[in-house]
Design a protein around this ligand. Structure first.
Ligand SMILES: [Zn+2]
Length: 332
């Protein structure tokens, strides 16, 4: 495993003069150490990572003392719509230097460095605030001031709160042309920022997810949808705008468990091979998201609402209540 930050090695955590504890291991090193020391027979529990919600206390400066502060705390609610993905993004970025550099081109190197630093410092509330203020648009969450606290409520949809905020990482373009000369809009260029795969009309023999991904990218001919046009619209092969992305997120919200015979470990996409890194799961009754991901082939389940919120599984999870699947590009 690589380490690009100069952390003190083989020593206990160091308490700084300020009282803050500087971790000597990155979070992923801690998780790997846990996996190593684990008894393979049982599920193992680990101390919490990234708990649900969060409270951030604002240190009052001179200016705040001389005037009346509007709020002195930021309270985060219903953060499960971003929590699972923040864990997954952390693992993906810490695990691979090439991917980290590429993601930096989309999200900004400073953002990536700051994000990793905060995760490795276990500064989880600040990580969430970084995501909310740096990546999300204001209309994606509700916020109000309530008794000297700013409350930010992230209740909603994971794809709105996370997947759509990855800039052009997964952007694809598909051109189309209508066969009719009378078409009001013959040439079109369709840009999509996310990968939306549709559920199969009938169960295909082979891998349903690979088929759906192929369908999303392949050329096709459909009836033209322009008003009054009776032509046929020919769609070109869909291409990634910025080359095959370092990782992809497949939106699985419309897929029912019965549509899926299995979840493939590998996907072929744009001449590259992608392998399954993890998934986010959605419990409809509780309107709650959790996540599963693997490190070095060991699967873990993360649920921010539990006290022991990262659990090492003794076998790959059953991915029945899928919200999204996350695949990472393999190096050729
Ligand atoms: Zn047309």
């Amino acid at each position: 495993m690589e380490s690009d930050v100069c952390y003190l090695k083989d020593t206990e955590d160091v308490r700084l003069d300020s009282g803050r504890v500087e971790r000597t291991k990155t979070l992923i090193e801690e998780i790997r150490a846990l996996i190593k020391s684990n008894d393979a027979e049982y599920c193992s529990f680990w101390r919490p990572v990234l708990p649900w919600g969060g409270v951030f206390t604002i240190q009052a400066d001179q200016q705040a003392i001389s005037c009346l502060p509007l709020y002195v705390q930021i309270i985060l609610k219903n953060t499960c719509t971003i929590d699972g993905f923040l864990m997954l993004l952390y693992v993906i970025l810490r695990d691979n230097r090439t991917i980290r550099r590429e993601v930096g081109l989309f999200l900004g190197k400073r953002f990536v460095d700051h994000f990793l630093y905060l995760m490795d410092s276990y500064d989880y509330t600040t990580v969430k605030i970084l995501w909310i203020w740096n990546r999300m648009s204001k209309r994606q969450y509700r916020s109000e001031i309530h008794q000297a606290a700013l409350e930010i409520d992230l209740f909603g949809n994971e794809h709105e709160n996370f997947t759509k905020n990855l800039e052009n990482l997964m952007s694809t373009v598909q051109e189309s042309c209508c066969t009719s000369w009378c078409c009001p809009s013959r040439h079109q260029e369709l840009l999509q920022k996310t990968i939306n795969i549709s559920t199969p009309h009938e169960l295909p023999d082979r891998d349903p997810i690979q088929s759906a991904v192929d369908e999303f990218f392949c050329p096709k001919i459909l009836l033209c949808q322009e008003y009054g046009c009776k032509g046929l619209r020919e769609f070109s092969q869909r291409e990634f705008c910025h080359g095959p992305p370092p990782f992809i997120i497949l939106n699985m919200q419309m897929w029912k468990s019965e549509d899926l015979s299995y979840v493939p470990y590998y996907l072929a996409l744009s001449d590259h091979r992608y392998s399954l890194e993890g998934a986010t799961l959605f419990n409809r009754e509780e309107h709650h998201y959790s996540a599963a991901f693997q490190i070095d082939g060991y699967w873990m389940h993360y649920d921010g609402l539990r006290n022991e919120n990262l659990i090492l599984l003794n076998k790959p999870p059953e991915l029945l209540l899928l919200s999204s699947l996350v695949y990472v590009r393999n190096e050729k």
